[in-house]
Design a protein around this ligand. Structure first.
Ligand code: ZN
Ligand code: ZN
Length: 165
């Protein structure tokens, strides 16, 4: 059976994620339009700057509400998220009406940027429940198609991030 375009582009997003520079989460993203690949990205520190593998993660802690309770969260802020790098490395003209395939459901900040980037569709694989409701509402308001791939299996050896929330 031939691979569908959804699986084809998500596989490429997972391949891109293997270049990520933070071991806490490996995220990859691709931009495509009319079945053409227009860009790819992963989460990483700015070029020429020490990354998490060289200097360790840059961790911050804060409290966030989860099911009505305040929960302490730790996250790494050294890397630029894959979606943000994708926007830095693609042209507005190419993004108009294009689709973003991303290995992980976008966080609130990335969804906000994507909402203003011209793209028309976001397809993700691994859910990110924390921001799901507000991200979904935002994208619905913007008329951006937002869907998760189910029954999808990443290429062997690419789904190795140690996901820590
Ligand atoms: Zn890190
Ligand atoms: Zn993000």
């Amino acid at each position: 059976m031939r691979k569908s375009w959804d699986l084809y582009f998500m596989d490429i997003a997972y391949m891109a994620s293997t270049r990520a520079t933070c071991r806490r989460r490996h995220v990859g993203a691709v931009l495509c339009k009319n079945k053409k690949l227009l860009g790819s990205s992963y989460n990483g520190a700015p070029m020429g700057v020490a990354d998490c593998y060289e200097e360790g993660c840059m961790l911050v802690q804060n409290y966030e509400e989860e099911n009505g309770q305040l929960v302490k969260k730790t996250r790494c802020i050294r890397t630029i998220h894959a979606e943000q790098n994708l926007l830095l490395f693609t042209d507005r003209e190419n993004r108009e009406g294009a689709t973003v395939y991303v290995t992980d459901e976008p966080c609130w900040t990335c969804a906000n940027l994507l909402a203003n980037s011209g793209i028309g569709e976001i397809v993700y694989h691994r859910p990110y429940r924390k921001d799901h409701t507000k991200v979904q509402q935002l994208l619905e308001q913007k008329g951006i198609i937002f869907r998760g791939l189910e029954d999808y299996h990443p290429p062997q050896g690419t789904d190795d991030s140690q996901v820590i929330d």
